[in-house]
Design a protein around this ligand. Structure first.
Ligand SMILES: NC(=O)c1ccc[n+]([C@@H]2O[C@H](COP(=O)([O-])OP(=O)(O)OC[C@H]3O[C@@H](n4cnc5c(N)ncnc54)[C@H](O)[C@@H]3O)[C@@H](O)[C@H]2O)c1
Ligand SMILES: [Zn+2]
Length: 344
């Protein structure tokens, strides 16, 4: 049996372990992808930490990871629209084909979805078996390290394009990698002012390096004052909640215009206190955002990248995969942007 290196949740305790695992076998509708680069996601850190969510969700023995770029090295016998050697990334949500949502083409709303690196074996390995349906070929203009972060860029694009942005004033709460990429997308898509908040100055400094935003540290600066100084008459037209923090959302509600629209990607750790009466009296629209639209988000983000959207500076660390422990420690420090691991 041919073996490969893989980063595995092999014990029900904190950590991930590099192990030898059998190469995955592909089915007739799958392809085998040789992994070149992978991104570390906040989800992977949850799995590393073995928190309550991951204990309930992740089977022990799972190969982790869902952000990847690589190249196709084997085709299942039914696959006739891809070629060996094709560079690719891919959608890590494996959808079912039975639900009403799937059958009407809204694949991203399928309730039977399983995630690679969360429910089934993932991409932190030398090889990944993936349904050909999930493969997204990479144009030459998109290098592997950007290919490896299309999954979180897709979260940013899905959220940012939820509402019309042209000429709008946008507030993003949370300058994590996804918030920062969403700010770049909002500017690219024609927003007027984009303000991004955080409580972590390092993250705000990074945001300002990546794109043309107004960073606001809410521990020292009043958001209302910033809004006034930019000449906003009532507040922000479009909000993107990307902190997963109840205080962040509360500040967003306060800072929005009457009739404003809010897209929520951030995942609060549990039930949180929300002042619903203010949301009602402001007549706000709130949209929950999960994953990426399959595959509309992928088409849009690749088109924007080919058309000058530059998010490369959000990658702050590039490491050989054998230094994964350092990568996870850096992620946990909260000062990094995206961290990309090299498997070649
Ligand atoms: N819905 C989905 O499909 C989906 C997918 C990926 C990530 N997420 C969620 O999206 C969010 C963003 O992801 P990320 O990887 O960039 O996360 P991250 O944890 O790296 O970033 C969150 C940022 O919010 C900041 N923050 C904390 N309190 C704040 C406050 N009161 N005001 C403003 N900022 C505050 C933190 O300092 C941090 O920099 C997370 O909540 C993540 O769980 C959701
Ligand atoms: Zn991710």
């Amino acid at each position: 049996m041919k073996m490969m290196k893989a980063l595995v949740k092999s014990k029900a305790e904190e950590g991930l372990w590099m192990e030898e695992r059998p190469m995955p076998q592909i089915g007739p509708d799958d392809v085998l992808i040789k992994i070149n680069k992978t991104g570390i996601c906040g989800t992977d850190v949850h799995i590393w930490n073995w928190d309550e969510w991951s204990r309930k969700t992740v089977p022990v023995g799972l190969i982790t990871g869902h952000e990847f770029a690589g190249e196709i090295v084997e085709l299942g016998r039914n696959v006739d629209d891809l070629i060996i050697g094709q560079r690719c990334s891919g959608e890590g949500h494996l959808i079912g084909k039975h639900s009403r949502q799937s059958r009407s083409g809204k694949f991203h709303l399928d309730p039977e979805t399983k995630g690679i690196g969360v429910n089934v074996n993932g991409a932190f390995a030398e090889y990944l078996a993936l349904p050909a349906f999930n493969v997204v070929p990479l144009p030459d203009a998109i290098p592997d390290e950007i290919g490896a972060i299309l999954d979180p860029l897709g979260n940013a694009v899905h959220t940012a394009l939820s509402f019309d942005l042209i000429g709008e004033d946008v507030l993003i709460t949370g300058a994590g990698p996804i918030g920062i990429m969403a700010a770049a997308v909002a500017k690219h898509a024609g927003a007027r002012h984009v303000v991004i908040t955080d409580v972590n100055q390092a993250r705000l400094d990074l945001a300002a390096q990546v794109t043309d935003v107004t960073p606001v540290n809410v521990t020292t600066t009043d958001l209302g004052e910033v809004s006034k100084s930019l000449g906003l008459k009532q507040g922000f037209d479009v909000g993107m909640e990307m902190s997963g923090n109840a205080a962040g959302f509360d500040q967003m509600v306060e800072a929005m215009v009457m009739g404003g629209r809010v897209a929520m990607l951030g995942i609060p750790p549990g039930k949180t206190l929300v002042d619903w009466s203010r949301i009602v009296f402001k007549a706000l629209t709130i949209k929950g955002v999960y994953g990426r639209e399959i595959f509309e988000t992928w088409y849009k983000m690749i088109a924007m990248l080919e058309d000058g959207l530059d998010i490369s500076r959000v990658i702050t660390h590039r490491l050989p995969v054998d230094d994964f422990e350092q990568g996870f420690a850096t992620m946990k420090s909260g000062t990094s942007g995206k961290i990309v691991l090299d498997w070649t």
